[in-house]
Design a protein around this ligand. Structure first.
Ligand code: NAD
Ligand code: UD1
Length: 348
């Protein structure tokens, strides 16, 4: 059985589906601070099997202890965390308490229970403003520009030191680049709890006429069209990577780091154009000043993941955007955020 912390969230839910499809038993722990119990039914309807669920905080040591006692947990995928950059600047202690404190408590409970296989949702933000592209895992970690990024880097340090202290640990640090997209069924996707900060959720709301215009933050970067370049990766590809990482770690010890990106960067304007092609919907935009803390460009060298765990992103940008738009439209059909156009669910 695999325990997924944060398993009703955007990425965790996709990982749950992938593990269930792989034949694994799945137990989810989530305090539902940024997700909903209804996701469990959606996971079950997509995967054909229901994961176990415990509503609890990952920092609650006694709950973790009893879960490890009660269930035959062999490994943990640790997705639980807070991820809003702006909020982390306003409330840094909450971010350190959850993202760092949660990781410490989880590692303690795992060690006590004799469970040493751990996969962690890290982020390319740990590289900071890396001068060379593409970014390989050998690039030194940098100075993340906000408490969220710092907390992810600190959590990595927690796991590295823990693994260094006991050779039974087998840890995978998965550095996601920019996860986007949604499950092809239109049932699982990212649901921002307030005004979205990230490009894709904001763009989707503009396309759905919930917001007037997409603000493009900066068109004077040293990039081909002046807008920021990122490596967008489909959440379904990420989910597949978690299964592969867990399998690889079964026969290994120590800490293993993998970049999860496509290896290709796209500018904001390229994303908008690809979205308009994929959806047939026009996205009004305005050019604004650069956003504080943003970097010009960031894309992965994903060769190590391909070599070691046989992982490669399979979905292209238009597919990611088509799936994201379907999710937005299906959400409206379920009485969730408003969207104007619909795409049929595919049989893929
Ligand atoms: P999400 O908010 O959708 O999912 C996180 C889940 O964790 C939520 O369901 C939330 O309720 C739960 N959670 C938060 N604090 C908790 C706590 N103290 N105890 C138990 N559950 C708690 O976010 P996501 O996009 O699915 O991200 C998952 C992980 O991936 C996070 O750790 C995030 O930092 C990391 N990550 C995300 C991105 C991204 O762009 N989405 C990029 C890089 C890394
Ligand atoms: C942001 C976070 C990063 C986090 C990642 C995934 C910052 C500085 N970084 O990365 O720590 O790991 O999200 O959650 O917030 N853009 C617009 N208009 C918008 C939104 C974004 O033009 O309304 C641009 C940005 O300037 C950037 C690109 O779109 O060039 C992608 O932005 P975003 O989706 O927020 O991701 P990152 O900035 O890469």
């Amino acid at each position: 059985m695999i325990l997924i912390t944060g398993g009703t969230g955007y990425i965790g839910a996709h990982v749950a589906v992938e593990l269930l499809n792989n034949g694994d038993q799945v137990l989810i722990l989530d305090n539902l601070c940024n997700s909903s119990r209804t996701t469990l039914g959606l996971i079950a309807s997509v995967a054909g099997r229901t994961p176990g669920f415990v509503q609890a905080d990952v920092r609650h040591r006694r709950t973790l202890n009893s879960l490890f006692r009660e269930y035959p947990i062999e490994a943990v995928v640790h997705c639980a965390g807070l991820k809003a950059v702006g909020e982390s600047v306003r409330d840094p202690l909450r971010y350190y308490a959850t993202n760092v404190g949660g990781s410490v408590t989880l590692c303690q409970a795992m060690a006590e229970a004799g469970v040493f296989r751990l996969v962690f949702s890290s982020s390319a933000t740990v590289y900071g403003d890396c001068p060379q592209m593409p970014i390989a895992e050998t690039c030194p970690t940098g100075q993340p520009t906000n408490p969220y990024g710092q907390s992810k880097l600190m959590a990595e340090h927690v796991m590295r030191s823990t693994a260094a202290s006991d050779p039974r640990w087998s840890v995978g640090l998965l550095r996601y680049f920019n996860p986007i997209g949604a499950h092809r069924s239109g049932k699982l996707g990212e649901r921002p709890s307030s005004t979205p900060n990230n490009l894709l959720p904001y763009l989707l709301q503009v396309a759905a006429r919930e917001r007037a215009v997409l603000k493009v933050f900066g068109n004077d970067y040293p990039t081909p069209d002046g807008t920021g370049v990122r490596d967008y990766v489909h959440v379904a590809d990420l989910a597949d990577g978690h299964v592969r990482a867990l399998e690889f770690l079964r026969g290994e010890t120590g800490v293993h780091v993998w970049n999860f990106g496509t290896g290709r960067g796209y500018s904001v304007l390229e994303v908008v154009q690809a979205f308009e092609r994929a959806s047939g919907v026009r996205v009004p935009l305005s050019f604004e000043a650069r956003r504080e803390g943003d970097i010009a460009r960031c894309w992965a060298d994903p060769a190590k993941a391909a070599r070691q765990i046989g992982w490669k992103a399979r979905h292209g940008l238009e597919q990611m955007l088509e799936d994201a738009w379907r999710w937005q439209c299906c959400s409206r059909e379920r009485g969730e955020p408003l969207a104007l156009a619909t795409l049929p669910a595919t049989g893929r």
